[in-house]
Design a protein around this ligand. Structure first.
Ligand code: NCD
Ligand code: ZN
Ligand code: ZN
Length: 439
């Protein structure tokens, strides 16, 4: 049918590298249908979904269950498989089964997956480097977090600030440094999830300068919210890594502008209102929904002249397409190719309301926030999944798994001793006769 778009902007649909759709395991929090409906209504045409479901996406059986659940998706999707101590032997099998990439929960978080040992992380990177496969890392130092939380609990602290005290920025700085060291050593591609602290930006800058293929995301909450909001909202704002002091907001924004941070993801982490409002902070689940509110929040900042619309498109679509190897038909990086499109009205103003969210998780720190700039229509591969601000209900199931192809050669490893093969089998793609060369 005909549609007028006078005065509107056509953007490539947003690519959200970090969502939790909870299915299998926690369908009372979210399902693929409700989560992807939220994406569709948020101008998001592709999501990458996280493995901390139940079962976690670390076996081929669990992957098949997730792929089945994803058949109801409105939007296209990639699936991050789990990189942990007991999945190292199955990485190739998971890749053949259809995961696009991996996720390592180096910091403990929802789902209580054990953090990989440094040994396993190194081995995983050694295996994935020659394949060019990128690993997302939740970078917080688990031992710092667990000890601090025990201290807080032993002191009888159950208030919101105890959560912040238990997860200091140094836990993030330390873990990012460690992950970048292992990435540089092995030549593995890595992606830092939900970068929250100003203090670790220097590590990213340095690593990029040295040629490490690291990409990093931050989220609207780390750019626009801070501990003052946490004091007002309590458990609703509990998330990992935590919201930090106001001094972090502007440096994170500057880092997006100068390319130190590559993209905006949402860490869409839905829980029910009941799970988010318990009196004891340790009993409030971590995270909140975000895939539906990212675009209006960020377009509002564009309207405030904090960035150009082109900057936003770089963060929402171009850089994620490049990081995950999403290609158009001609083999070029082409966000918006295949007609993955968000049509936005930059003039429309409104107030975000948690009750109107598609997500089952009707609780959000953005509730009541004034915004200007909304997606009006979303097309996935040429088909409307949202039209005139309303979900196109019969587009459920239109979403397809994306093909992620890393065509650029992975960075050269600083070290090649893992190719000697004395302990490990030779990583795939490396000739068995390869003789190690020293740098
Ligand atoms: C996420 C979740 O709920 O799955 N929670 C969060 O606080 N961010 C897990 C995560 O990304 O750490
Ligand atoms: Zn995380
Ligand atoms: Zn997350």
């Amino acid at each position: 049918q005909e549609m007028r778009a006078d005065g509107l902007y056509l953007l490539p649909g947003a690519i959200d590298s970090h969502v939790h759709f909870r299915d299998p395991g926690y369908p009372h929090k979210e399902t693929w249908k409700t989560g992807s409906a939220a994406a569709a209504c948020g101008g998001v045409t592709t999501v990458f979904e996280m493995p901390n479901t139940n079962p976690a996406t670390g076996t081929i059986e669990a992957l098949r269950i997730k792929q089945k659940a994803a058949e109801s998706s409105y939007v296209d999707f990639g699936i991050h498989g789990l990189l942990g101590d007991d999945t190292i032997e199955r990485l190739e099998e998971l890749l053949e089964g259809g995961v696009t990439s991996f996720k390592a929960f180096v910091g403990n978080t929802f789902g209580n997956l054990p953090a990989p040992t440094d040994g396993a992380l190194l081995e995983g990177f050694e295996k994935l480097a020659p394949l060019g496969i990128r690993t997302v890392v939740h970078a917080e130092n688990s031992s710092i977090l667990l000890r601090r939380q025990q201290r807080m609990q032993a002191a009888g602290r159950t208030d919101a600030l105890a959560h912040l005290a238990a997860r200091p920025a140094v836990a993030e700085i330390e873990a990012i440094g460690r992950v970048l060291t292992l990435a540089e050593w092995t030549g593995a591609r890595v992606h830092i999830a939900h970068h929250s602290a100003a203090d670790s930006l220097f590590l990213l800058r340095d690593a990029k300068r040295r040629g490490v293929d690291v990409t990093a995301e931050t989220c609207p909450q780390y750019l626009l919210l801070n501990t003052d909001h946490m004091l007002k909202l309590g458990g609703v704002m509990r998330l990992n890594p935590p919201i930090r002091e106001a001094r972090h907001n502007q440096p994170l924004w500057d880092a997006l502008m100068d390319g130190t941070l590559d993209m905006i993801a949402t860490d869409h982490a839905p829980h029910t209102p009941e799970e988010k409002t318990r009196a004891n902070i340790w009993e409030c689940d971590c995270g909140f929904p975000g895939v539906e509110t990212q675009m209006p929040l960020m377009l509002t900042e564009v309207n405030r002249d904090r960035a150009s619309l082109m900057d936003y498109v770089r963060w929402s679509a171009v850089n994620p397409a490049r990081a995950w190897g999403l290609y158009g038909t001609k083999g070029v990086i082409a966000p918006g190719a295949h007609a993955d499109i968000a049509i936005v009205d930059m003039a429309r103003a409104g107030v975000l309301s948690q009750n109107r969210l598609q997500s089952i998780s009707k609780i959000s720190p953005w509730n009541g926030r004034k915004v200007q700039g909304y997606p009006l229509h979303t097309l996935v591969r040429g088909r409307f999944v949202m039209r005139d601000g309303a979900l196109v209900a019969d587009a459920a199931g239109w979403g397809r798994s994306v093909k992620s192809v890393q065509r650029m050669p992975a960075p050269r490893a600083r070290n090649t001793e893992h190719y000697i093969g004395a302990v490990l089998e030779t990583p795939a793609g490396v000739p068995r006769s390869a003789t190690p060369t020293s740098e």
